[in-house]
Design a protein around this ligand. Structure first.
Ligand code: G3P
Length: 218
């Protein structure tokens, strides 16, 4: 499973990239607003830090403007994935971009039917929002299961399932069991993955016992 970080915070991106475990970055207009940064220079900087896909989202909702914005975004770097909303206009832009060899992330997917459309439009990634469905008492992980099962039935679909709106490690683990290709997670959730009380406790014991040996490896 690939890990993307869902943030526009450069310090977090640098920190997680240094682990060697980060495969890409996703941003959205809300994350950019939170960063307080200018959008294009921010995306340029992220693309210099991370060699994997970096999702940069269009701001327009109409086809013509979206297409023009996508044209600017795709030229920022070779690893840009233009992010478009799951709307008729967004999927039209998706089809054109993917036909031209640009990576596209189709965002705001909340149903299996929408995910089928994204695959037919040639999306590189489809982003089903698990946490936001859970927030309204719907089954976010059930959506991931449905999309993975549907895509498996059609080998010609090469769209990757990018689990988005991740709120906790269980969302990642359960999605991995279903075969989702990518999880994009807030930095805090990626850091949570390392934690287990028995790891902490076991390491404390090893450190103490090693001291008793009076030895040094170096
Ligand atoms: O970036 C898309 C998605 O991951 C947003 O998640 O936490 O705002 O529901 P959230």
């Amino acid at each position: 499973m690939k890990f993307f970080v869902d943030t526009a915070d450069i310090d977090d991106i640098r920190d997680l990239a240094a682990t060697g475990l980060l495969d890409g970055v996703t941003t959205n207009p809300s994350l950019v607003a939170k960063s307080g940064r200018k959008f294009i220079p921010l995306i340029e900087e992220i693309c210099e830090i991370v060699s994997g896909p970096v999702s940069a989202e269009v701001a327009a909702t109409d086809y013509e403007t979206m297409r023009k914005e996508a044209e600017i975004l795709r030229k920022i770097a070779d690893n840009i994935a233009v992010k478009v909303p799951l709307t008729p206009a967004g999927l039209k832009v998706c089809k054109e971009l993917s036909d031209g060899g640009t990576m596209v992330n189709v965002t705001l997917c909340f149903s299996p039917a929408q995910a089928i459309l994204a695959a037919k439009a040639g999306a590189t990634f489809v982003s089903p929002f698990v946490g936001r469905l859970d927030d309204i008492s719907e089954d976010g992980l059930g959506l991931i299961s449905d999309i993975c099962r549907i895509y498996e039935n059609y080998p010609s679909f090469d769209t990757e399932v990018l689990v988005a709106s991740v709120r906790n490690p269980l969302h990642i683990v359960e999605s991995a069991k279903m075969g989702a290709h990518v999880a994009t997670c807030p930095p805090s959730v990626i850091r949570q993955l390392y934690n287990h009380p028995l790891t902490t406790q076991g390491l404390e014991t090893f450190v103490e016992d090693w001291k008793k040996t009076g030895q040094s490896i170096l």
